[in-house]
Design a protein around this ligand. Sequence first.
Ligand SMILES: C/C(=C\COP(=O)(O)OP(=O)(O)O)CCC[C@H](C)CCC[C@H](C)CCCC(C)C
Ligand SMILES: O=C(O)C1=CC(=O)c2ccccc2C1=O
Length: 309
Amino acid sequence: MTAPPLEKSRRQLWLAALKPPMYSVAVVPIWVGTAIARWETGEVDWGTFTQFLTAAIAIVAWSNISNDVFDSETGIDRNKHHSLVNLTANKSLVFWIGNGCLLIGLGLILRIAYDQQDITVLALIGAACLLGYLYQGPPFRLGYQGLGEILCFFAYGPITLSAVYYSQTQSWSGVNLLASILLGWVTSLILYCSHFHQVEDDRKAGKRSPIVRLGTARGAQLLPGICGILFGLLLLFVLMGQFPVWTLLMGGSLPYAVKLCRFIGAHHHQPQLVQNCKFIAVALHFWSGLLLGLGFMLAAQPWESFGLA
Ligand SMILES: C/C(=C\COP(=O)(O)OP(=O)(O)O)CCC[C@H](C)CCC[C@H](C)CCCC(C)C
Ligand SMILES: O=C(O)C1=CC(=O)c2ccccc2C1=O
């Protein structure tokens, strides 16, 4: 039996509000940081890995849920039918569910810190959450000034990846820091792409996103350069001898970069068409991160003695 159209479209709205593919931004840093720790130390603490992964998912849920709450206060989401606040018509319930997710996430991070008798991981993830709040919460709302991509770079790149690596090794790594540049860059690319379709609503609400500032045409023209930097840095880090050759596997995600540049290049001025383009960027994030981590995992295998690593 098929669902009545109204019910089906409501289900689609809920799916759009919850954005399951977006949780790539929680999973990938935990995978990459852990893979680098394994490459460098030969060991993985899977208990810490699982706790960190669960915490990251809960914290990203908080970031998205509270984004709908804070955006409902500025009027920017007036036309966003898939806002959780518009769907439930209960802002305070949504707000407290979001806070509950944050509590669960930080609680799990606190447990890691307690088990290791070291506050470093908690301090780093606390700082990442603070950047998340500065992005969208009152009175700061730095995303409205067009600073979201910079905050996103540091939160999902150097800060989170350092915390993941530290949770595994209780030390720091230059290679991990280099990898965090790639990860922060590709995560910010998702945010950048998410602005193309909402440029008019953003402009009306006074949000000066990079796409509002540049215009959609110029914004689209920059994409091949942004993607080129991602893969260029990978090549550079391998040539410098910092990354094992296996990490070139990340090049397997190149088709998503090409698809992203071509699609936005052709449709940047058509909001209906580009409204889901951020999910091409999410696919690029997921596959590039998965393959990068796999490269480190494979380089740590016994066959490195055959000269393949
Ligand atoms: C919520 C975010 C973007 C939504 O932006 P926008 O308002 O334009 O979108 P809508 O159209 O959907 O309303 C992302 C915000 C990213 C922020 C700068 C940094 C967040 C940091 C995280 C909370 C840290 C997570 C750490 C975890 C992985 C351990
Ligand atoms: O809803 C969105 O557009 C985004 C949600 C989100 O959690 C995120 C995280 C990191 C980079 C970009 C984004 C989004 O664009």
